[in-house]
Design a protein around this ligand. Structure first.
Ligand code: ZN
Length: 453
């Protein structure tokens, strides 16, 4: 099957950062076969031509941090710090089951698709004893929505009785975690070039897991050849916790446990000193920057410009919807640029730097940049076609500025692996009205279960 996006502006993110004011992209089955300036040749055999005039084609956006299940607990503890917000929500999350996770994940994944995302990770770390196969439930949701997916088998083993933050009933035992994590990788991880599903390993954070768990999971992930993910350096409270308990800052702490390297990506990285940034650059440890969540929880502003300038790989993340009710990836793109400039001046991050973080940067953070993140012949056909000729954007001469600084544009088309997931700003194969009803009911049921239980 051949699809031709014709007559659109094209931002490729290739090695030369080529852009075409009027260009075309040709897709054959799952992959891109041509990207060039000017109109596409007519009469390609059995091709479907998409009129791209008035549109901008970019690589599909890549989301590097999320907690999909939180879609069912949006709008709770809305004026709280991270630690207060977590202690309010842990008991609710302790009631999760397969149905709740499947419906919540579907809601979150649809919102990602509708905001230009073609690949996302997920960090799922709450596994109640009788919850069922929660990782399987979110994998089923990603398959139904049609996004490329990198779920991580998360974990917590440091309950309140041992000095951790989460209550004891939502944490697991170390052996149980290691067995379940190895099993998740063996069952689901597909390392092939066309893969739609890879699995990572993700203990939750320094204040909810033991040093043992961090060390053991790093060994397991490296043995299996998968990536490592955790939260780090998010808030001042976390920094205080680490200094009090371990006698050093969060980066030094995880470094001592084997948790730095090009196969590791850390969510947030807000509170980093100059030496932390140098350590992360030399080890090529990656960062998932989540500007809206950091602002929503008053955590601070990531030093994106300094990380970028030092050569630390940085991608963007919406973070869980309980701390970012919008959960719109294209809005994170705008916020990353605005926040960097708010603290670093007007040249801290250009609009093209921002788009790079959201596409190729994210692909690199997820270790997938050999296959996705740019529009080049040979890469997988993950493409967002944004309509930038309607009233909110018409007249903006630079299409990248229209996308990054303007209101989120409608999506004319979103292709994942060459398959249309969004068309005319609506899901192609999914009833969004039905989904809204299901999400409302599931959110209510989960809140009720938490109060009742
Ligand atoms: Zn998070």
């Amino acid at each position: 099957m051949t699809i031709v996006l014709d007559g659109c502006a094209v931002v490729t993110m290739d090695g030369d950062r080529s852009e075409h004011a009027v260009g075309h992209v040709v897709v054959e089955d799952a992959r891109i076969v041509a990207v060039a300036s000017g109109r596409a040749p007519r009469g390609l055999d059995d091709a479907t031509y998409v009129d791209g005039s008035g549109c901008l084609a970019t690589p599909g956006l890549v989301n590097t941090h999320h907690h999909l299940y939180q879609w069912l607990t949006r709008g709770v503890a809305v004026d709280h710090t991270l630690f207060e917000w977590l202690t309010t929500l842990y008991p609710v999350w302790g009631c999760l089951d397969e149905d709740a996770v499947r419906i919540g994940a579907t809601g979150a994944l649809v919102q990602l698709a509708r905001t230009g995302c073609t690949t996302t990770t997920d960090h799922h770390y709450v596994f109640p004893t009788d919850g069922g196969d929660l990782l399987g439930a979110e994998i089923e949701a990603a398959r139904e929505v049609g996004l490329r997916f990198l779920p991580t088998r998360g974990s917590m083993d440091l309950g309140a009785s041992q000095g951790g933050l989460p209550p004891d009933h939502v944490v697991e035992h170390l052996d149980q975690i290691l067995t379940a994590t190895a099993d998740a990788i063996d069952r689901h991880h597909d390392a092939s070039p066309d893969s739609m599903l890879r699995v990572g390993v993700a203990p939750c954070s320094p204040f909810s897991v033991t040093a043992d768990l961090l060390e053991q999971t790093a060994l397991l992930a490296r043995d299996k050849g998968v990536r490592l993910h955790t939260h780090l350096a998010e808030t001042v409270d976390e920094d205080d916790f680490c200094r009090e308990k371990f006698g050093c800052g969060p980066v030094e702490y995880v470094e001592s446990l084997g948790w730095l390297g090009p196969d590791v990506w850390l969510a947030h990285g807000v509170h980093l000193g100059d030496s932390d940034i140098a350590t992360m650059a030399s080890s090529q440890t990656c960062v998932a920057h989540c500007p809206s969540s950091n602002a929503r929880l008053g955590a601070g502003i990531c030093r994106t410009r300094d990380l970028h300038a030092a050569g630390v790989p940085v991608g963007l993340g919406v973070d869980g919807a309980a701390s970012n009710e919008a959960a719109s990836l294209v809005e994170e793109l705008r916020h990353s640029v605005l926040f960097a400039r708010a603290v670093g001046g007007p040249r801290a991050l250009t609009v093209r730097d921002g788009l790079e973080l959201a596409t190729l940067g994210g692909a690199r953070v997820l270790g997938w940049d050999d296959q996705i993140g740019s529009l080049e012949p040979g890469k997988l056909a993950d493409i967002a076609l944004w309509r930038i000729d309607t009233a909110p954007h018409a007249g903006i001469p630079d299409p990248v500025a229209a996308l990054v600084l303007g209101t989120p544009p409608p999506l004319e088309l979103l292709l994942v692996q060459g398959r249309a997931v969004v068309r005319n700003d609506a899901m192609v194969d999914l009833d969004e009205d039905r989904l809204a009803i299901d999400v409302g009911a599931a959110s209510e049921a989960l809140a009720g279960k938490a109060v009742g239980g």
